[in-house]
Write a protein that binds this ligand. Structure first.
Ligand code: PEP
Ligand code: MN
Length: 272
């Protein structure tokens, strides 16, 4: 693929080897497959503790959970805030998991980085350039989700902002894009995985939960992501997704589905 590139540090031309991000002994990138699992949002200390236990038992390495939630409407649950960061850190330490949480504004980067290992930039903030610049000033790994209407070039340029600021620890997350199709929440751009790996050395993580918006599609699209070469997965899981989840229940796996899926991935990965 020949396109004129305006990004440099994110490009494979500039950095031919795969970037491997190491966080507390967990390697992200290269031949490793990292699994991040957890609820859309941190809800209570008991909820995040129990889900952390289940993520660890299933073989996951990273606990996901939003304490600050970017909701489409202002009256929807906006997240627990700083207490949620504290509960998630406790749960992560208790079960030996890394943690990832979304940061929405530059002024919250320092507090999120104090409590969580990996900083998530959501699809709605992919081109929040002030946020990206601020994330360039820390060393915590950043998972940069693709904007739902962003081209590969725009996405890689967003990564470039963080890299250019001095933080080399960036991973890219395909979470589905907006198309004319409405059956699925978003349209999963599976080809983004090999394309981005060709254009860039940065790890590529797939999010089959937001990409489909439907629990019954998550298993298949997880396997498809691994077959396409994803370096990792971020999957929503909840103990009571149909009743008590504050958001994204319909796309969240039940704990046993999550555990079975990870078991199947173990059998699948040597074949790929
Ligand atoms: C999330 O991970 O819960 C989330 C809000 O994701 P996205 O930014 O991809 O919508
Ligand atoms: Mn969600």
């Amino acid at each position: 693929i020949k396109i004129s590139k305006s990004y440099k540090l994110a490009s494979r031309d500039f950095h031919p080897d795969d970037t491997i991000i190491e966080v507390k002994g967990v390697k992200i990138g290269g031949d490793n497959l990292v699994v991040m699992g957890g609820p859309c949002a941190v809800e209570t200390p008991e909820q995040i503790d129990e889900i952390a236990r289940l993520v660890k038992a299933a073989g996951g390495q990273v606990l996901r959970g939003g304490a600050f939630k970017p909701r489409t409407g202002p009256y929807s649950f906006q997240g627990i805030g700083v207490d949620g960061l504290k509960w998630m850190k406790e749960a992560g330490e208790k079960y030996g998991l890394l943690t990832i949480t979304e940061v929405m504004a530059p002024e919250f980067v320092d507090i999120c980085a104090e409590y969580a290992d990996i900083m998530q930039v959501g699809t709605r903030n992919m081109q929040n350039f002030d946020l990206l610049r601020k994330l360039g000033t820390i060393q915590n790994p950043v998972l940069l989700k693709r904007g739902f209407s962003a081209t590969y070039d725009e996405w890689l340029n967003a990564a470039e902002y963080i890299l250019a600021g001095g933080n080399p620890n960036v991973m890219l997350c395909e979470r589905g894009i907006r198309t004319f199709e409405t059956y699925t929440r978003n349209t999963f751009d599976l080809a983004a995985i090999p394309v981005i790996q060709q254009l860039s050395h940065l790890p590529v993580i797939a999010d089959p939960s937001h990409a489909t918006g439907r629990r019954e599609l998550v298993e298949t699209m997880t396997k498809a992501s691994v077959a396409a070469g994803a370096n990792g997965l971020i999957i929503e899981m909840h103990t009571d997704p149909d009743n008590s989840a504050t958001g994204d229940g319909v796309q969240s796996l039940f704990p046993d589905q999550f555990a079975n899926l990870l078991k199947e991935l173990e059998q699948l990965s040597p074949l790929l």
